[in-house]
Design a protein around this ligand. Structure first.
Ligand SMILES: Cc1cc2nc3c(=O)[nH]c(=O)nc-3n(C[C@H](O)[C@H](O)[C@H](O)COP(=O)(O)OP(=O)(O)OC[C@H]3O[C@@H](n4cnc5c(N)ncnc54)[C@H](O)[C@@H]3O)c2cc1C
Length: 530
């Protein structure tokens, strides 16, 4: 509603368009007005007019399932969620001191972190353009803080460069830019770029290269005030008698190339890791808990779904009570199923042959994360590393320093391994305490001396051994997308699938939410037409 007498605000105009035209028209309008240009989120769905008494069973209390239940409940459906775990959130989860985690194979970890410390075994960062997730975090009262992705003071370690000695990202990044700028400038002087640009263009580019690449008056990247201003000093500027700074020596460009620092550039530059990123205060699991508060009393925990039937004009779901082994069933008019595909493919599901083939067609990746609690925050006190990521070519892949609780006394939890692919399966094959030991050995290469001495306890999660996902995330490729995606996301009589696997933003919470909103919007339409 417009404020009395005033011109309508943008928000009011968008609201009116949304009411009249629905989500896709609203999205077009928002994009035209400069909002939402990077997301398909057009605001919460406007589902209304559910048939009185119409019911929906939602399978899985991850973010996709809980959002479906929340929005369908608001629209008037009778909703119940059936969840395998004894907690909400699914992959959105934090491990705290006192928690217990049992993985496939039987290894059970009792987490020993100090109060307030945590490991996010799954999601840990939120891009600024994941608008639906940010919307619901705000709506449900989840406090966010910045997540530090890029830290120039963090380290890059390559066992084949610099004799295996880790170097500062800042120095390598500066030397990379400087050397590339100098090379390009030489190519212009030697007429090497004549085929692609005019002399005038070349001169303009050289001017830009001088600033971007820290070049001196002779277009050389050398030790001096320009390069030191970015890569740092041998003696930093100070006060008094010895206040004059002493610039540092750039590295040999061969060593810089060998370091593989460009892989770290690529990590930071991707759209999903650009500034600003967020994390919930107190652990990623805060989001799952906040969603659960919105559907309080509707989640049946500790219930492992084993069969989904949709004969006889209703959906009948069968589950086993995990604690007692008792078998139970429930009936509803419709079903939103968010169970990850690796598990769903092993369940007796009454859907079309095409959808069954789609469910079976998508493999899952693996990932291993290790959290290491250290007695003090030595990376801050001694190395001036506040948040961010150090990269290594060792199997642990990276070390990430906590973005929360900075400058506190400690103890603090470092992410001591975050790894995918073959290295992750090797780590997953070890018992948790050996994964932690490997993370300590490899991390000590980057922080010699302090790492093992300061270690107090750890936790390790291998997603290939997660009983509630059997993997990290769905791995679509061009062929499977072409053959199966549209069948997977279509409403199959009374059942619709949702979750990160039913999106083009795989392995992001945003994908799970957008998939959920799309699935329930179409299911609601189907229900109204019935
Ligand atoms: C290592 C890792 C890192 C990630 N990093 C990020 C990140 O930084 N940022 C980000 O946005 N996303 C990240 N993600 C992706 C994100 O976690 C997922 O996209 C999202 O949480 C998936 O939500 P969902 O609801 O689709 O599935 P889930 O969260 O998996 O929910 C499915 C639910 O179904 C339940 N279930 C399974 N089987 C049964 C059964 N038989 N009966 C009943 N219930 C069952 C499960 O217990 C679970 O609760 C990461 C994921 C991983 C694993």
């Amino acid at each position: 509603m417009n404020r009395a007498g005033g011109a309508p605000t943008r928000r009011e105009i968008l609201h009116a368009i949304g009411v009249m035209g629905g989500a896709s028209v609203l999205y077009q309008a928002m994009a035209t007005m400069g909002h939402a240009a990077e997301t398909q989120f057009a605001g919460p769905p406007n589902l209304s007019g559910a048939r009185p008494g119409a019911s929906v069973l939602v399978l899985g209390a991850g973010l996709a399932g809980m959002l479906a239940a929340y929005e369908l409940g608001k629209a008037g459906y009778k909703v119940r969620i059936i969840e395998y775990n004894n907690r909400p959130g699914g992959r959105n989860w934090s491990l705290y001191g006192g928690d217990t985690y049992a993985e496939l194979g039987g290894a059970t970890q009792k987490i020993g972190f100090a109060k307030g410390n945590y490991l996010n075994p799954g999601p840990w960062r939120i891009p600024y353009h994941h608008r639906s997730l940010l919307h619901y975090c705000k709506a449900f009262g989840v406090a966010l803080e910045p997540f530090i992705q890029l830290n120039h003071q963090a380290l890059v370690h390559n066992s084949k460069a610099f004799g295996g000695k880790p170097q500062r990202y800042r120095e390598l990044a500066a030397d990379w830019d400087g050397n590339v700028a100098e090379l390009l400038s030489k190519a212009i002087d030697n007429k090497g770029l004549n085929a692609v640009m005019t002399t005038e263009d070349g001169e303009m580019l050289k001017e830009a290269l001088r600033t971007w690449g820290m070049l001196d008056k002779d277009m050389r990247y050398v030790r001096g005030p320009a390069s030191a201003a970015r890569r740092g000093f041998d003696r930093p500027p100070g006060g008094g008698v010895d206040g004059a700074p002493i610039p540092s020596d750039p590295f040999d460009f061969r060593d810089v190339r060998q370091s593989g620092v460009w892989r770290a550039f690529a990590q930071h530059m991707g759209h999903e890791r650009q500034t600003t990123m967020f994390q919930p205060v107190g652990g990623m699991g805060m989001i799952g808990q906040a969603f659960a508060r919105q559907v309080e009393g509707k989640i049946r925990y500790g219930a492992k779904v084993t069969k989904i039937d949709q004969s006889g004009g209703a959906v009948t779901v069968t589950w086993t009570d995990v604690a007692s082994g008792a078998v139970e069933t429930a009936k509803a008019d419709y079903c939103v199923c968010t169970i990850p595909l690796g598990i769903l493919s092993q369940i007796d599901v009454d859907v079309s042959p095409g959808m069954r083939a789609a469910i079976a067609a998508v493999p899952y990746s693996n990932s291993v994360k290790v959290g290491l609690e250290m007695k003090s925050r030595f990376w801050e006190d001694e190395d001036a590393i506040y948040g961010g990521i150090s990269f290594t070519d060792q199997p642990i892949g990276m070390i990430s320093y906590p973005s929360g609780g900075m400058h506190s006394a400690g103890p603090g939890v470092i992410l001591g391994a975050y790894t995918f692919g073959p290295a992750s399966y090797k780590l997953a094959a070890l018992p948790p305490e050996q994964r932690i030991a490997a993370a300590l050995d490899q991390g000590a290469v980057l922080h010699p001396g302090r790492y093992k001495e300061q270690f107090s306890n750890g936790a390790a999660v291998a997603w290939s051994r997660s009983p509630f996902t059997l993997g990290c995330c769905a791995q679509w490729n061009e062929d499977t997308r072409k053959e199966h995606y549209q069948t997977l996301v279509a409403v199959d009589d009374r059942i619709v699938l949702a979750g990160e696997h039913a999106s083009y933003i795989g392995c992001w919470m945003e994908g799970a939410l957008l998939s959920s909103l799309d699935a329930i919007t179409r299911l609601h339409k189907r229900a109204l037409e019935a």
